[in-house]
Write a protein that binds this ligand. Structure first.
Ligand code: PLP
Length: 449
């Protein structure tokens, strides 16, 4: 049935050769071009007769790929970059070649089984019970939204009279929480963290009680962040958890970036209290060495998620046998790529010790980078790094200086470090998730400051 003609055979060699070359060599940093520059270079690529595989691949490899910043470059320390292991990337080729459907057990049993073992490892690290479970979704944004929709459904059972709802979280919570609130048409109770940037149980309790005392709107979920995107700060989970239990409020932990560090024994203690959560997320595409795009969404009690997220239709009921695990039933999605498989493969092949070592290595580089910044005559550390984000400022610089330094760094293909802001002031930050980022890379960047 497959039309593997001679032309396809030749293209297969070209595609595999390019892929292997990209995987084996140091990634180029590259950078964006404007739309008109790209159009001048490739023109309109969609034509009635087609370009042919060879030419279309050439358009990609010679022009389009070079107009994309490599997120796995060791001096790409922007936002939260990525650092997929070679095994994970190679297995992504297998996933791409296999036409796997990850929505139901009936269609994807073997793949779903493997994904679930990877989810189990994460939920064991968090200390959730054996009955917990979850699913890989596209990213933390969808993971947070899916969990919060379940949380509200649970709250509606407890307070059926309530007509207006709110999510409580830190003012430093990720933008995806207010995005979820907007989609769900609920309010956000944004609570100030302490001087270290951490949300504390006592503040959460006081703010929620004042809120409930003054109006009809009820808080249905508290979102704590285990590793803020900007500074890597972990909220005080162990004091927040009991506050939610006492008030029958869902406790969700957004660990898209930071919860990866649960697998490093030296860091596990920082997440004390995670075992109290009703749901959590962590993105393997951030700091667990998997390619885009994969977020692990885990529920303490997946049954309640299934009640909320299962789609019902005459053509789907055949999939709903009792005690069958259909990944589609646990988030806002139906058709899904088996996006947890590259992560599973890398974890299965390397073993969990290698994961712990790689995470510890990145945290060590972050600590050493912080030390260099502390000793640097023109730089000030914003805060001691809690995980692997190092934030700092440069004496005498304003926003425009940071931006032009950053533009220069990318233009010269040295690194990609866009400025951020903290308390309204511009800052620079290194987000170190790549075990190939060496201290010599940090030195190279610091030299230009
Ligand atoms: C990155 C991030 C998200 C969003 O995850 P995506 O995968 O980009 O959708 C949510 N929360 C935190 C803390 C993050 O760092």
């Amino acid at each position: 049935m497959h039309q593997f003609t001679h032309e396809v055979e030749v293209l297969a060699d070209e595609v595999l050769a390019y892929s292997l070359h990209r995987l084996k060599s140091d990634p180029p940093l590259d950078g964006p071009l404007s739309e008109s520059q790209l159009f001048d270079a490739v023109g309109n690529t969609i034509t009635a007769k087609g370009l042919g595989g060879h030419k279309a691949l050439e358009v990609f490899t010679r022009v389009l790929a070079k107009a994309c910043i490599s997120t796995d470059h060791p001096r790409n320390l922007a936002f939260i970059p990525s650092a997929p292991s070679e095994y994970a990337n190679l297995f992504d080729l297998v996933v791409g070649a296999s036409a796997l459907y990850g929505g139901s057990w009936q269609e994807g049993a073997g793949a779903v089984f493997a994904e679930n073992q990877a989810i189990r490892w994460l939920s064991d690290l968090a200390g959730l019970p054996a009955s917990s479970g979850g699913v890989f979704v596209q990213g933390g944004t969808i993971g947070n939204l899916s969990a919060l929709v379940v949380a509200r459904a649970e709250a509606r059972k407890l307070w059926p009279e309530t007509s207006r709802w709110a999510i409580a979280c830190s003012k430093e919570a990720h933008s995806s929480i207010s995005s979820a609130a907007q989609v769900m048409d609920v309010d956000v109770l944004a609570i100030a963290p302490d001087a270290d940037g951490k949300l504390r149980g006592a503040d959460v309790a006081r703010e929620i009680d004042i809120f409930h005392g003054s109006q009809e709107t009820r808080v249905f979920a508290v979102v704590a962040t285990a590793g803020t995107t900007n500074l890597g700060t972990i909220d005080d989970l162990v004091s927040i958890g009991p506050v939610t239990k006492e008030r029958d409020i869902w406790f969700h932990v957004d660990g898209a970036y930071g919860l990866a560090a649960m697998c490093a024994p030296a860091a596990r203690e920082k997440f004390a209290g995670i075992e109290l959560c009703d749901s959590f997320i962590v993105d393997p595409h951030k700091w667990l060495f998997a390619p885009f795009d994969a977020c692990a969404l885990v529920y303490r009690n997946p049954r309640v998620a299934k009640e909320v997220h299962t789609q019902h239709a005459s053509y789907l009921e055949t999939l709903q046998e009792e005690d069958v695990w259909n990944p589609s039933d646990y988030a806002i999605h139906l058709t899904r790529r088996t996006r947890g498989l590259p992560f599973w493969f890398s974890l299965a092949a390397h073993g969990t010790d290698a994961y712990a070592e790689a995470i510890e290595k990145t945290m060590e580089v972050a600590r050493a980078a912080a030390e260099k910044i502390r000793l640097h005559p023109r730089l000030q550390l914003v805060r001691d790094p809690e995980l692997s984000v190092v934030a700092f400022t440069r004496t005498g610089w304003g926003s425009a200086d940071y931006q032009s330094w950053s533009d220069h760094l990318l233009a010269n293909q040295i690194g990609f470090i866009p400025p951020s802001a903290h308390h309204g002031q511009p800052i620079l930050r290194f987000a170190i998730v790549n075990p190939w980022t060496k201290l010599s890379d940090i030195d190279l960047i610091l030299e230009s400051l």
